[in-house]
Design a protein around this ligand. Sequence first.
Ligand SMILES: Nc1ncnc2c1ncn2[C@@H]1O[C@H](COP(=O)(O)OP(=O)(O)OP(=O)(O)O)[C@@H](O)[C@H]1O
Ligand SMILES: [Mg+2]
Length: 222
Amino acid sequence: MVLCAKHLKKSYIDSDQTITVLTDASLEVAPGDFICITGKSGSGKSTMLHIMGLLDSPDEGELWIGDKLVNSHSSDAPKIRNQELGFVFQFHYLIEDLNATENVALPLLIAGESEIEARARAKELLVHLGLAERLNRFPNQLSGGEQQRVSLARALVNKPKLVLADEPTGNLDPIYSSEVWNMMKSLNQELNQAFVIVTHDAEAASKADLVYDLVDGALIRN
Ligand SMILES: Nc1ncnc2c1ncn2[C@@H]1O[C@H](COP(=O)(O)OP(=O)(O)OP(=O)(O)O)[C@@H](O)[C@H]1O
Ligand SMILES: [Mg+2]
């Protein structure tokens, strides 16, 4: 298994109220899985993804990444986030002062790669994602779809075991949205790259091998 979440529970305390978000959420991700999570706004999809990505910790339950039992406080969490997981969010969160190649090279530099090697691998991946003509552009010189493809390259550059994406096309026009979905699907097929994607888009979710609905704090397989 790439990732195994077992019986996760999570509540937030908001002033005097307790908001129970996850009651008994479990998910297994095997190598090469292309999984979508859908659910109503506020049902806890982002919470689930953040816990899986070691950006937040559950109150109860277990999260296994590979053979390690971990949470966001684990001493090796930063290394796992950098080397075993890739993230794509609704907003690209690219660094405006860095061009496309530099943005994609950054996780490699953090992992200790040399600058020459990091740039070479970033360029190779951007070319693979159809951005050969955009290598030196800054984020504000790219279309929304191109920005999200650069984000996808940044998520993939360390060859993660799993890419976690939270509404990766939520901010895009339909034409760019299908471009990004097609790209994720082909990376899944070509490289056996595992994805877990939170989406509101039922049509896009139909590309998934497995779809789960987040209802009443639990993941129900469709
Ligand atoms: N840090 C927090 N403090 C208090 N409440 C929170 C916090 N984060 C999320 N919540 C609440 O938890 C619930 C689940 O939020 P979450 O962001 O996981 O939903 P979501 O399914 O991703 O929704 P959307 O589809 O709108 O993105 C919501 O009611 C939200 O208001
Ligand atoms: Mg959300």
